[in-house]
Design a protein around this ligand. Structure first.
Ligand code: E4P
Length: 235
């Protein structure tokens, strides 16, 4: 499963790209507005940092306007994916952009039927918002369970991008179901990499090492001149 970060925050993106665990980025108008920066500058920096798909959302509601915005966004970089909302106009825009070879993502999906229509319109990604469904008293992950076999039944190439993830259990559930992508806020990704037993174990190892007064050898202090690793392995 690909992992996308759901943020436009440069510092968070840098933290996780440095670890090599990020496959792409999703943004939305709320996330962009939160950064308080000029859109062009912010997005060019993100595009410089992330080689994978960077999802940028249109903000018009009329299909012709969405298509125009989609062209402008796609011109920012070869890895831009244009996000359009799950509306009749959004689907018209996705249809046209898809025919022109521009990658698209239909966002704000809350049912399997909407996901089916997004795939038929030619979307590269469909984004069901599971956290917001949970908030409304539904079991959000249920629609992922429905959408995946529907796409498989008809060989739709559209990827299910599980969005509105709120905690690490959502990520595990999405991966178990075989979702193509999960996008999550930085705090969820941060929680995924931590476990209290890792911290306790590490502390114990380092305390024991220190108590024994041990030191790792430094290369310059080794008496035997080391051959390069490749030669050593062959000899
Ligand atoms: C996805 O593309 C959206 O930006 C996102 O997942 C929305 O999540 P939220 O419901 O936490 O705002």
């Amino acid at each position: 499963m690909k992992i996308f970060l759901d943020t436009a925050n440069i510092a968070s993106i840098k933290t996780f790209t440095d670890m090599g665990i990020l496959d792409g980025i999703t943004t939305n108008p709320t996330l962009i507005a939160k950064e308080n920066k000029e859109f062009g500058e912010l997005v060019s920096e993100i595009l410089r940092m992330v080689p994978g798909p960077v999802n940028l959302e249109v903000v018009s509601q009329d299909s012709e306007e969405m298509i125009r915005e989609g062209h402008d966004l796609a011109a920012l970089g070869p890895n831009v994916v244009v996000k359009a909302p799950m509306t009749a106009d959004g689907l018209k825009a996705v249809r046209r952009l898809h025919k022109e070879g521009i990658k698209t993502n239909v966002t704000l999906i809350f049912s399997a039927n909407q996901a089916l229509l997004a795939a038929k319109a030619g979307a590269d990604y469909a984004s069901p918002f599971i956290g917001r469904l949970d908030d409304a008293g539904h079991e959000g992950m249920k629609i992922i369970e429905e959408i995946l076999p529907i796409y498989r039944n008809y060989d739709f190439p559209t990827q299910v991008l599980v969005a509105s993830i709120r905690h690490p259990v959502h990520v595990v559930e999405a991966a178990k179901l075989g979702a193509h992508v999960a996008t999550m806020p930085p705090d969820v990704l941060d929680k995924m990499l931590k476990h209290p037993l890792t911290d306790i174990g590490l502390k114990r190892f380092l305390d024991d090492w220190q108590k024994a007064g041990l030191k790792l050898p430094q290369r310059e202090s080794l008496s035997v001149k080391q051959k390069p690793l490749v030669q050593r392995a062959q000899s």
